[in-house]
Design a protein around this ligand. Structure first.
Ligand SMILES: NC(=O)c1ccc[n+]([C@@H]2O[C@H](COP(=O)([O-])OP(=O)(O)OC[C@H]3O[C@@H](n4cnc5c(N)ncnc54)[C@H](O)[C@@H]3O)[C@@H](O)[C@H]2O)c1
Length: 330
């Protein structure tokens, strides 16, 4: 039986608790939240213990792993304390609020020989998994561009970081996952329209070292939730709807006869549009299963601390680019 606890049971952490409680061979030993009422409520739902101070939980309970879903600014402190207790850590994304804090988290995990996984949950979205499989099979030929739209209203609970660190890190990780390429430069226009401290809108450009261009359209200003990813390549375009886990393929039509003047003029022609069959599942469930499996098999987690650092470093470069109005080279 693997013994787990969750620190921070707000909107994300309560899902970690639900899933641990649901999994076989896993014991949800306790949850912790500074909001004692909330901690008690979640604990009573899953018939487990609650703590207001996570330090008491770490001191008193026998555990193997902990999920950390406190606000991003606290990731460094809480993850460090958990690793000092010898626990494997599933740390919500983004890995930390600053790069030095992220580096320190990664260093500690290495030092103690512990598994650290960062919760870049979109990698486990079945539509993204299927897209990755098809790109790896070269179904699109050369990829030209990856374009993401992650738009929605402002979530009032997010005060500690801006939209680039909070949301764009999801897509920066997915773009790396899909291309397996490094970024050579980025440029961003950012806005701060309604947030009191940070940017709430990003229009960002990235150039990868394999030639792919990344386009990020991310904000907290749009009155409806949009979560879409487009990959355009030689043979057509894939479209992912992250929310519905739908994956579409728009095929290019090949114009192969000399007399088809209209086809020549049109350039790329419209081919079939195919909705691909996806077996839908909760991405967080798949993520947590993957983390537990990495612990049981002593394998590298599917999303490493380095992956978390890469996404954060790119996000910070975009924030800086937006602030200073200049291209950031890597
Ligand atoms: N993977 C995803 O898709 C996803 C989605 C949302 C949030 N997140 C991440 O999860 C983290 C939490 O975000 P959220 O939206 O759940 O925020 P939230 O405010 O809803 O929840 C955070 C919880 O942490 C608690 N907390 C604060 N300090 C604490 C401490 N010292 N000890 C114990 N509990 C403490 C708060 O009381 C709150 O209940 C953030 O890092 C965020 O980026 C990830």
């Amino acid at each position: 039986m693997i013994r787990a606890a969750v620190i921070g049971v707000g909107s994300m952490g309560k899902n970690h608790a639900r899933i641990y409680n649901d999994m076989e061979d896993l014991d949800l030993v306790a949850v912790s939240d500074v909001d004692g009422e909330l901690a008690k409520k979640v604990a009573s739902r899953y018939k487990t213990k609650s703590y207001t101070e996570y330090g008491d939980l770490l001191a008193e309970e026998e555990l193997d792993l902990v999920s950390i879903a406190v606000p991003t600014k606290l990731h460094h402190q809480v993850a460090s304390d958990a690793m000092e207790r010898g626990l494997h850590v599933l740390l919500e994304k983004p890995i930390a609020d600053t790069l030095p804090n992220a580096q320190e988290i990664v260093r500690r995990a290495q030092e103690h020989g512990l598994k650290l996984m960062v919760g870049h949950v979109e990698r486990f979205n079945p539509a993204v998994t299927e897209l990755k499989r098809r790109l790896d099979e070269d179904q699109l030929g050369k990829s030209f561009q990856i374009h993401v739209r992650r738009l929605g209203p402002f979530p009032h609970r997010v005060r500690d970081v801006g939209v680039v660190i909070d949301l764009a890190t999801h897509d920066l990780d997915v773009m790396y996952h899909l291309t397996e390429a490094d970024v050579v430069r980025v440029y961003a226009e950012t806005e701060q329209e309604i947030h009191t401290h940070h940017e709430d809108s990003l229009s960002g450009l990235l150039r990868f070292d394999n030639g792919v261009v990344g386009v990020l359209d991310v904000n907290w200003l749009t009155p409806t939730k949009v979560r879409e990813l487009y990959v355009t390549g030689e043979k057509g375009m894939f479209v992912v709807n992250y929310l519905t886990q739908d994956l579409y393929l728009y095929e290019n039509e090949y114009v192969d006869s000399d007399w088809d003047r209209l086809g020549m003029l049109k350039g790329v022609g419209e081919g079939n549009m195919i909705k691909l069959r996806i077996k839908k599942r909760e991405p967080l469930y798949i993520e947590i299963e993957s983390f537990v499996q990495a612990i049981m098999e002593d394998a590298q987690p599917e999303v490493t601390g380095e992956d978390g650092m890469r996404a954060l470093a790119l996000a910070q470069a975009l924030v800086e680019s937006g602030r200073e109005h200049r291209v950031m080279e890597f």
